[in-house]
Design a protein around this ligand. Sequence first.
Ligand code: URA
Length: 264
Amino acid sequence: MQMKKSGKVYHLNLNKDQIQGAKYVLLPGDPFRCEAIAKKLDIQSKQIAWKREYRTWLSKVNDKSILTTSTGIGGASTSIAIDELAQLGVKVFIRVGTTGAIRKKINIGDVIITSGAVRFDGTSTQYAPIEYPAVAHYRVINALVEAAHQQNVPYYVGIAASCATFYPGQERKESFLGFVPRRFQGLTDELRRLNVLCYEMEASVVLTLCSVMRLMGGCVLGVILNRYKDGEKIALEDLEKGEENAIKVAVRAIKILLSSKNGD
Ligand code: URA
């Protein structure tokens, strides 16, 4: 849906002229992460829009336009960002996020490249039934793996659980309520046994919407805590470590995709 006269999509406050033909977007959750990501792509990057949680920067890599747009937290706001960017012609979507690992072997600062996601998000079922898989595009997975390799960032490829809430839905007792509703008690252990690697809140929406819309989607998640070893608390230095490595991998993956045969 575009606004009359300006042709701007409603929430992102962007039109086709502003994005200069961009086909690729990096999607952090936090608007305050956009500048660092965009400047890592290209030091001359510029902010082109900021409305609510949606902040967009435009970068140029080998003369190609690349966007960085923040999604806010969770499925609903992420679905709006993807839908409106798709309306403007964007084709490749890479979420750059953070995550809480639920497996003993995964360390702070490692990255998780999602091959798929458990759809606990509460939003993606409005685009496709729950039986529809949330899977990443193989070319995006390959580029992220190559990017992690090239930069010696330890990585895992696997399944994330994308939850509708940070507290009860991720089995956190340290919330205002102070308890976990019965339906979520034991969830972390069950997911571990089901070979799920981590908790986060947006991957399943990115992957489901991109598949449904015939777009390319993928996610790289920096590990900022290990629920197995660290409990529920997050340390600032661990947040920075996880974010930094996820950004490093995502930026390199964009460059790898651009330089590949089908990179236009
Ligand atoms: N993001 C989440 O949703 N959960 C975590 O534990 C860490 C980051």
